[in-house]
Design a protein around this ligand. Sequence first.
Ligand code: GTP
Ligand code: MG
Length: 399
Amino acid sequence: MKKAVVIIPTYNEKDNIKQTITEVFDVFAQIKTWRMEILVVDDTSPDKTYEVVKKLQQQQKYDSRLHLLLNKQKVGLGVAYLKGMAEAFGKFKADVIFEFDADLSHDQTKIPSFLQRIDQGEEMVLGSRYVPGGGIPNNWGLHRKILSRVGNLVAMTILTDFYIRDWTSGYRAITKKVYDAVSPEMNSEKFAGYTFQIGFLHKARRKGFKIIEIPYKFKDRTHGKSKIGPEYIKNALLYMLKMKIQEIFNHRIFKFLMVGGTGTLIQLAALVLFRAIMPNFDWLFITGFILATFLSIEVAILSNFTLNNIWTFADRKLTLAQAPLKFLQFNLTSAGSILIQLLVATIGERVFGIFDLFIIPIIKMNFDTGTLYVMIGILLGLFWNFFAYNTFIWKKKKS
Ligand SMILES: Nc1nc2c(ncn2[C@@H]2O[C@H](COP(=O)(O)OP(=O)(O)OP(=O)(O)O)[C@@H](O)[C@H]2O)c(=O)[nH]1
Ligand SMILES: [Mg+2]
Protein backbone atom coordinates (compact mmCIF):
# COMPACT_ATOMS: atom_id res chain seq x y z
CA MET A 1 0.00 0.00 0.00
CA LYS A 2 1.22 3.49 -0.78
CA LYS A 3 1.95 5.87 2.05
CA ALA A 4 1.14 9.57 2.52
CA VAL A 5 2.54 11.67 5.37
CA VAL A 6 0.77 14.89 6.33
CA ILE A 7 3.47 17.31 7.51
CA ILE A 8 2.27 19.91 10.01
CA PRO A 9 4.81 22.62 10.90
CA THR A 10 4.10 24.25 14.25
CA TYR A 11 5.31 27.26 16.15
CA ASN A 12 3.25 28.17 19.21
CA GLU A 13 0.15 26.23 18.23
CA LYS A 14 -0.64 24.53 21.53
CA ASP A 15 -4.30 25.60 21.38
CA ASN A 16 -4.73 24.29 17.84
CA ILE A 17 -2.58 21.20 17.44
CA LYS A 18 -4.76 18.70 19.32
CA GLN A 19 -7.91 19.56 17.38
CA THR A 20 -5.98 19.58 14.10
CA ILE A 21 -4.50 16.13 14.70
CA THR A 22 -7.85 14.71 15.85
CA GLU A 23 -9.72 16.06 12.83
CA VAL A 24 -7.10 14.94 10.35
CA PHE A 25 -7.11 11.42 11.83
CA ASP A 26 -10.92 11.38 11.51
CA VAL A 27 -10.46 11.90 7.79
CA PHE A 28 -7.73 9.22 7.67
CA ALA A 29 -10.34 6.72 8.88
CA GLN A 30 -12.21 7.14 5.58
CA ILE A 31 -9.14 6.49 3.43
CA LYS A 32 -8.78 2.81 2.55
CA THR A 33 -6.23 2.69 -0.26
CA TRP A 34 -3.42 4.71 1.31
CA ARG A 35 -1.54 4.32 4.58
CA MET A 36 -1.85 7.72 6.27
CA GLU A 37 0.49 9.24 8.87
CA ILE A 38 1.14 12.65 10.45
CA LEU A 39 4.52 14.27 11.03
CA VAL A 40 4.52 17.37 13.22
CA VAL A 41 7.63 19.54 12.79
CA ASP A 42 7.98 21.78 15.81
CA ASP A 43 10.77 24.29 16.45
CA THR A 44 10.72 23.77 20.22
CA SER A 45 7.84 26.25 20.51
CA PRO A 46 8.04 28.37 23.67
CA ASP A 47 4.41 27.41 24.41
CA LYS A 48 5.48 23.73 24.38
CA THR A 49 3.29 22.62 21.46
CA TYR A 50 5.53 19.53 21.25
CA GLU A 51 4.42 18.38 24.73
CA VAL A 52 0.84 18.17 23.48
CA VAL A 53 2.02 16.08 20.53
CA LYS A 54 4.10 13.77 22.74
CA LYS A 55 1.08 13.13 24.94
CA LEU A 56 -1.09 12.30 21.93
CA GLN A 57 1.57 9.90 20.66
CA GLN A 58 0.93 7.73 23.72
CA GLN A 59 -2.70 7.17 22.75
CA GLN A 60 -3.33 3.68 21.44
CA LYS A 61 -5.44 4.80 18.48
CA TYR A 62 -2.54 6.61 16.82
CA ASP A 63 -0.40 3.44 16.97
CA SER A 64 2.87 4.87 15.68
CA ARG A 65 1.18 6.86 12.91
CA LEU A 66 1.83 10.17 14.66
CA HIS A 67 5.44 11.37 14.46
CA LEU A 68 7.22 14.38 15.90
CA LEU A 69 10.35 16.05 14.56
CA LEU A 70 11.70 18.50 17.10
CA ASN A 71 14.10 21.22 15.94
CA LYS A 72 16.29 22.75 18.65
CA GLN A 73 15.47 26.30 17.54
CA LYS A 74 13.19 28.27 15.25
CA VAL A 75 14.24 27.42 11.71
CA GLY A 76 11.46 29.10 9.73
CA LEU A 77 8.67 27.56 7.71
CA GLY A 78 10.71 26.66 4.62
CA VAL A 79 13.47 24.84 6.48
CA ALA A 80 10.91 23.15 8.75
CA TYR A 81 9.14 21.78 5.67
CA LEU A 82 12.38 20.66 4.00
CA LYS A 83 13.47 18.83 7.13
CA GLY A 84 10.04 17.26 7.46
CA MET A 85 10.03 16.19 3.82
CA ALA A 86 13.50 14.65 4.11
CA GLU A 87 12.33 12.61 7.08
CA ALA A 88 8.97 11.64 5.55
CA PHE A 89 10.41 10.54 2.19
CA GLY A 90 13.55 9.07 3.77
CA LYS A 91 12.92 7.45 7.12
CA PHE A 92 9.17 6.90 6.66
CA LYS A 93 9.38 5.93 2.97
CA ALA A 94 6.42 8.12 2.00
CA ASP A 95 5.23 8.23 -1.62
CA VAL A 96 3.44 11.52 -1.07
CA ILE A 97 3.59 14.27 1.55
CA PHE A 98 1.04 16.94 2.39
CA GLU A 99 1.78 20.48 3.50
CA PHE A 100 -0.81 21.33 6.11
CA ASP A 101 -1.17 24.20 8.60
CA ALA A 102 -1.75 23.55 12.29
CA ASP A 103 -4.33 26.32 12.66
CA LEU A 104 -7.33 24.57 11.05
CA SER A 105 -7.29 26.96 8.10
CA HIS A 106 -7.02 24.10 5.63
CA ASP A 107 -10.15 22.05 5.04
CA GLN A 108 -9.01 18.55 6.02
CA THR A 109 -12.03 16.87 4.39
CA LYS A 110 -10.39 17.58 1.03
CA ILE A 111 -7.45 15.25 1.73
CA PRO A 112 -9.09 12.23 -0.02
CA SER A 113 -9.68 14.22 -3.20
CA PHE A 114 -6.00 15.27 -3.27
CA LEU A 115 -5.09 11.56 -3.16
CA GLN A 116 -7.61 10.75 -5.86
CA ARG A 117 -5.89 13.23 -8.17
CA ILE A 118 -2.52 11.66 -7.39
CA ASP A 119 -4.00 8.22 -8.15
CA GLN A 120 -5.08 9.66 -11.50
CA GLY A 121 -1.50 10.60 -12.33
CA GLU A 122 -1.07 14.16 -11.05
CA GLU A 123 2.39 14.79 -9.59
CA MET A 124 1.53 17.73 -7.36
CA VAL A 125 -1.90 18.85 -6.15
CA LEU A 126 -2.52 22.35 -4.80
CA GLY A 127 -5.33 23.40 -2.54
CA SER A 128 -6.45 26.63 -4.16
CA ARG A 129 -8.54 29.51 -2.91
CA TYR A 130 -8.78 31.08 -6.33
CA VAL A 131 -10.33 28.43 -8.54
CA PRO A 132 -14.14 28.06 -8.72
CA GLY A 133 -15.41 26.54 -5.50
CA GLY A 134 -12.52 27.88 -3.44
CA GLY A 135 -12.51 31.01 -1.35
CA ILE A 136 -11.23 33.28 1.39
CA PRO A 137 -13.22 34.18 4.53
CA ASN A 138 -16.06 36.66 4.05
CA ASN A 139 -15.09 38.51 7.17
CA TRP A 140 -11.67 39.48 5.81
CA GLY A 141 -11.41 43.22 5.45
CA LEU A 142 -11.41 44.64 1.93
CA HIS A 143 -7.77 45.59 2.29
CA ARG A 144 -6.73 42.02 3.15
CA LYS A 145 -8.84 40.56 0.32
CA ILE A 146 -7.33 42.92 -2.21
CA LEU A 147 -3.81 42.28 -0.90
CA SER A 148 -4.21 38.54 -1.31
CA ARG A 149 -5.66 38.89 -4.82
CA VAL A 150 -3.18 41.48 -6.01
CA GLY A 151 -0.32 39.50 -4.47
CA ASN A 152 -1.22 36.50 -6.54
CA LEU A 153 -1.66 38.58 -9.67
CA VAL A 154 1.77 40.13 -9.14
CA ALA A 155 3.30 36.67 -8.66
CA MET A 156 1.68 35.42 -11.88
CA THR A 157 2.97 38.42 -13.78
CA ILE A 158 6.55 38.37 -12.51
CA LEU A 159 6.81 34.63 -12.97
CA THR A 160 4.91 34.86 -16.29
CA ASP A 161 2.86 31.85 -15.30
CA PHE A 162 -0.90 32.38 -15.34
CA TYR A 163 -1.77 28.71 -15.19
CA ILE A 164 -1.48 28.62 -11.39
CA ARG A 165 -4.07 30.73 -9.55
CA ASP A 166 -2.99 30.39 -5.94
CA TRP A 167 0.78 30.71 -5.56
CA THR A 168 0.98 31.16 -1.81
CA SER A 169 -1.41 28.51 -0.57
CA GLY A 170 0.23 26.24 1.98
CA TYR A 171 -2.12 23.30 1.42
CA ARG A 172 -0.45 20.91 -0.99
CA ALA A 173 0.25 17.29 -1.86
CA ILE A 174 3.70 16.60 -3.30
CA THR A 175 4.90 13.30 -4.78
CA LYS A 176 8.41 11.96 -4.19
CA LYS A 177 9.26 12.49 -7.85
CA VAL A 178 8.69 16.25 -7.54
CA TYR A 179 10.50 16.44 -4.20
CA ASP A 180 13.55 14.62 -5.58
CA ALA A 181 13.77 17.03 -8.51
CA VAL A 182 13.08 20.30 -6.70
CA SER A 183 14.57 19.95 -3.21
CA PRO A 184 18.27 19.90 -4.29
CA GLU A 185 17.71 23.42 -5.62
CA MET A 186 16.04 24.63 -2.44
CA ASN A 187 18.73 23.85 0.13
CA SER A 188 21.20 26.50 -0.85
CA GLU A 189 18.84 29.40 -0.23
CA LYS A 190 17.07 30.61 2.84
CA PHE A 191 13.34 30.40 2.40
CA ALA A 192 10.76 31.91 4.69
CA GLY A 193 6.98 32.08 4.52
CA TYR A 194 5.54 32.69 1.08
CA THR A 195 8.97 32.56 -0.51
CA PHE A 196 9.18 28.84 0.13
CA GLN A 197 5.77 28.11 -1.34
CA ILE A 198 6.30 30.31 -4.39
CA GLY A 199 9.86 29.08 -4.96
CA PHE A 200 9.03 25.39 -4.68
CA LEU A 201 6.01 25.66 -6.96
CA HIS A 202 7.83 27.76 -9.54
CA LYS A 203 10.68 25.26 -9.80
CA ALA A 204 8.23 22.35 -10.06
CA ARG A 205 6.38 24.17 -12.86
CA ARG A 206 9.62 24.91 -14.74
CA LYS A 207 10.52 21.23 -14.63
CA GLY A 208 7.23 20.43 -16.32
CA PHE A 209 5.53 18.35 -13.64
CA LYS A 210 1.82 17.63 -13.84
CA ILE A 211 0.28 20.03 -11.35
CA ILE A 212 -3.41 20.63 -10.68
CA GLU A 213 -5.33 22.95 -8.37
CA ILE A 214 -8.41 21.87 -6.44
CA PRO A 215 -10.64 24.31 -4.56
CA TYR A 216 -10.89 24.70 -0.80
CA LYS A 217 -12.36 27.37 1.42
CA PHE A 218 -9.76 28.97 3.68
CA LYS A 219 -10.89 29.35 7.29
CA ASP A 220 -9.39 31.97 9.61
CA ARG A 221 -7.47 30.72 12.61
CA THR A 222 -9.40 31.10 15.86
CA HIS A 223 -6.50 30.48 18.27
CA GLY A 224 -2.94 31.71 18.38
CA LYS A 225 -1.16 34.35 16.36
CA SER A 226 -0.23 34.51 12.71
CA LYS A 227 3.50 34.15 12.14
CA ILE A 228 3.47 35.72 8.75
CA GLY A 229 3.69 39.49 8.65
CA PRO A 230 4.16 42.28 6.09
CA GLU A 231 7.92 41.71 5.81
CA TYR A 232 7.14 38.38 4.15
CA ILE A 233 5.38 40.18 1.32
CA LYS A 234 8.42 42.34 0.67
CA ASN A 235 10.73 39.31 0.84
CA ALA A 236 8.56 37.34 -1.55
CA LEU A 237 8.54 40.23 -4.01
CA LEU A 238 12.33 40.61 -3.86
CA TYR A 239 12.79 36.88 -4.19
CA MET A 240 10.60 36.66 -7.29
CA LEU A 241 12.39 39.58 -8.95
CA LYS A 242 15.78 38.05 -8.18
CA MET A 243 14.66 34.72 -9.54
CA LYS A 244 13.32 36.35 -12.71
CA ILE A 245 16.53 38.29 -13.34
CA GLN A 246 18.55 35.11 -12.83
CA GLU A 247 16.34 33.33 -15.31
CA ILE A 248 16.81 36.04 -17.90
CA PHE A 249 20.60 35.97 -17.48
CA ASN A 250 20.61 32.21 -17.74
CA HIS A 251 18.42 32.23 -20.81
CA ARG A 252 19.94 30.97 -24.05
CA ILE A 253 18.65 33.95 -26.02
CA PHE A 254 20.26 36.40 -23.60
CA LYS A 255 23.62 34.63 -23.90
CA PHE A 256 23.26 34.46 -27.66
CA LEU A 257 22.68 38.22 -27.83
CA MET A 258 25.61 38.95 -25.52
CA VAL A 259 27.94 36.82 -27.62
CA GLY A 260 26.66 38.45 -30.81
CA GLY A 261 27.15 41.94 -29.33
CA THR A 262 30.67 41.08 -28.22
CA GLY A 263 31.35 39.69 -31.68
CA THR A 264 30.32 42.97 -33.29
CA LEU A 265 32.66 44.96 -31.02
CA ILE A 266 35.51 42.53 -31.66
CA GLN A 267 34.91 42.83 -35.40
CA LEU A 268 35.12 46.64 -35.26
CA ALA A 269 38.28 46.58 -33.15
CA ALA A 270 39.88 44.01 -35.44
CA LEU A 271 39.00 46.10 -38.50
CA VAL A 272 40.68 49.17 -37.04
CA LEU A 273 43.72 47.10 -36.09
CA PHE A 274 44.13 45.41 -39.47
CA ARG A 275 43.69 48.71 -41.30
CA ALA A 276 46.43 50.20 -39.14
CA ILE A 277 48.98 47.44 -39.66
CA MET A 278 48.54 47.10 -43.42
CA PRO A 279 47.43 50.45 -44.79
CA ASN A 280 48.90 49.97 -48.25
CA PHE A 281 48.26 46.35 -48.95
CA ASP A 282 47.37 45.70 -52.60
CA TRP A 283 47.60 42.41 -54.40
CA LEU A 284 45.65 41.54 -57.55
CA PHE A 285 42.14 42.80 -56.77
CA ILE A 286 42.53 42.47 -53.00
CA THR A 287 42.99 45.87 -51.41
CA GLY A 288 43.93 46.52 -47.81
CA PHE A 289 40.33 47.43 -47.05
CA ILE A 290 38.93 44.19 -48.47
CA LEU A 291 41.51 42.05 -46.68
CA ALA A 292 41.03 43.83 -43.34
CA THR A 293 37.24 43.53 -43.62
CA PHE A 294 37.49 39.86 -44.44
CA LEU A 295 39.94 39.11 -41.63
CA SER A 296 37.96 41.05 -39.03
CA ILE A 297 34.78 39.18 -39.96
CA GLU A 298 36.67 35.92 -39.55
CA VAL A 299 37.97 36.95 -36.13
CA ALA A 300 34.41 37.76 -35.03
CA ILE A 301 33.16 34.44 -36.38
CA LEU A 302 35.85 32.59 -34.45
CA SER A 303 34.98 34.47 -31.27
CA ASN A 304 31.24 33.84 -31.73
CA PHE A 305 31.82 30.18 -32.39
CA THR A 306 34.01 29.70 -29.32
CA LEU A 307 31.87 31.71 -26.88
CA ASN A 308 28.63 30.14 -28.05
CA ASN A 309 30.19 26.72 -27.71
CA ILE A 310 31.40 27.17 -24.15
CA TRP A 311 28.56 29.38 -22.88
CA THR A 312 25.33 29.74 -24.88
CA PHE A 313 25.26 26.08 -25.86
CA ALA A 314 27.37 24.72 -23.00
CA ASP A 315 24.79 21.97 -22.53
CA ARG A 316 25.36 20.84 -26.12
CA LYS A 317 29.10 21.54 -26.26
CA LEU A 318 30.88 20.17 -29.32
CA THR A 319 33.73 17.73 -28.90
CA LEU A 320 37.20 18.60 -30.15
CA ALA A 321 36.73 16.11 -32.99
CA GLN A 322 33.45 17.72 -34.09
CA ALA A 323 34.72 21.28 -33.86
CA PRO A 324 36.56 21.70 -37.22
CA LEU A 325 33.68 20.55 -39.42
CA LYS A 326 31.14 22.45 -37.32
CA PHE A 327 33.31 25.57 -37.55
CA LEU A 328 33.17 25.27 -41.34
CA GLN A 329 29.38 24.98 -41.17
CA PHE A 330 29.33 27.93 -38.79
CA ASN A 331 31.13 30.00 -41.43
CA LEU A 332 28.46 29.07 -43.96
CA THR A 333 25.59 30.03 -41.67
CA SER A 334 27.37 33.31 -40.90
CA ALA A 335 27.69 33.93 -44.62
CA GLY A 336 23.94 33.40 -44.77
CA SER A 337 23.47 36.10 -42.18
CA ILE A 338 25.77 38.47 -44.07
CA LEU A 339 23.76 37.82 -47.23
CA ILE A 340 20.55 38.66 -45.41
CA GLN A 341 22.10 41.91 -44.14
CA LEU A 342 23.32 42.84 -47.63
CA LEU A 343 19.90 42.13 -49.10
CA VAL A 344 18.15 44.19 -46.42
CA ALA A 345 20.63 47.06 -46.89
CA THR A 346 20.35 47.03 -50.70
CA ILE A 347 16.57 47.06 -50.70
CA GLY A 348 16.64 49.65 -47.93
CA GLU A 349 18.89 51.96 -49.87
CA ARG A 350 16.66 51.73 -52.95
CA VAL A 351 13.50 52.45 -51.01
CA PHE A 352 14.59 54.79 -48.21
CA GLY A 353 18.09 55.98 -49.11
CA ILE A 354 20.85 54.86 -46.79
CA PHE A 355 21.08 58.13 -44.83
CA ASP A 356 17.39 58.31 -44.08
CA LEU A 357 17.66 54.69 -43.22
CA PHE A 358 19.88 54.85 -40.22
CA ILE A 359 22.34 57.67 -39.74
CA ILE A 360 20.00 60.67 -39.77
CA PRO A 361 17.34 59.21 -37.44
CA ILE A 362 20.02 58.34 -34.90
CA ILE A 363 21.59 61.79 -35.05
CA LYS A 364 18.23 63.55 -34.86
CA MET A 365 16.73 60.98 -32.52
CA ASN A 366 13.61 60.79 -34.65
CA PHE A 367 12.72 57.33 -35.72
CA ASP A 368 10.59 56.66 -38.76
CA THR A 369 9.59 53.79 -41.04
CA GLY A 370 13.19 53.54 -42.25
CA THR A 371 14.44 52.88 -38.73
CA LEU A 372 11.70 50.35 -38.24
CA TYR A 373 12.81 48.69 -41.44
CA VAL A 374 16.41 48.44 -40.25
CA MET A 375 15.31 47.01 -36.94
CA ILE A 376 13.25 44.36 -38.68
CA GLY A 377 16.29 43.63 -40.85
CA ILE A 378 18.51 43.19 -37.79
CA LEU A 379 15.90 40.96 -36.16
CA LEU A 380 15.74 38.89 -39.33
CA GLY A 381 19.50 38.35 -39.20
CA LEU A 382 19.41 37.45 -35.51
CA PHE A 383 16.53 35.09 -36.09
CA TRP A 384 18.41 33.35 -38.85
CA ASN A 385 21.52 32.96 -36.70
CA PHE A 386 19.67 31.58 -33.70
CA PHE A 387 17.69 29.23 -35.90
CA ALA A 388 20.83 28.00 -37.70
CA TYR A 389 22.78 27.48 -34.46
CA ASN A 390 19.96 25.40 -33.03
CA THR A 391 19.30 23.31 -36.10
CA PHE A 392 22.72 22.88 -37.72
CA ILE A 393 25.53 23.60 -35.29
CA TRP A 394 24.37 22.78 -31.77
CA LYS A 395 21.59 20.29 -32.38
CA LYS A 396 19.53 19.28 -29.37
CA LYS A 397 20.85 16.02 -28.00
CA LYS A 398 18.36 13.20 -28.20
CA SER A 399 17.49 12.00 -24.72
N1 GTP B 1 8.13 24.66 12.58
C1 GTP B 1 7.77 25.90 12.24
N2 GTP B 1 6.48 26.15 11.91
C2 GTP B 1 6.14 27.42 11.58
C3 GTP B 1 7.08 28.48 11.55
N3 GTP B 1 6.41 29.61 11.16
C4 GTP B 1 5.12 29.25 10.97
N4 GTP B 1 4.94 27.94 11.23
C5 GTP B 1 3.71 27.14 11.11
O1 GTP B 1 3.31 27.18 9.75
C6 GTP B 1 1.91 27.22 9.63
C7 GTP B 1 1.47 28.46 8.85
O2 GTP B 1 1.76 29.65 9.59
P1 GTP B 1 0.64 30.77 9.88
O3 GTP B 1 1.14 31.69 10.90
O4 GTP B 1 -0.66 30.11 10.12
O5 GTP B 1 0.65 31.52 8.51
P2 GTP B 1 -0.58 31.88 7.61
O6 GTP B 1 -1.44 30.66 7.47
O7 GTP B 1 -0.07 32.51 6.37
O8 GTP B 1 -1.29 33.01 8.45
P3 GTP B 1 -2.68 32.97 9.29
O9 GTP B 1 -3.53 34.00 8.67
O10 GTP B 1 -2.32 33.29 10.69
O11 GTP B 1 -3.27 31.60 9.20
C8 GTP B 1 1.36 27.16 11.04
O12 GTP B 1 1.05 25.83 11.36
C9 GTP B 1 2.53 27.69 11.87
O13 GTP B 1 2.53 27.20 13.19
C10 GTP B 1 8.43 28.18 11.92
O14 GTP B 1 9.31 29.04 11.91
N5 GTP B 1 8.72 26.89 12.24
MG1 MG C 1 -2.45 29.81 8.93
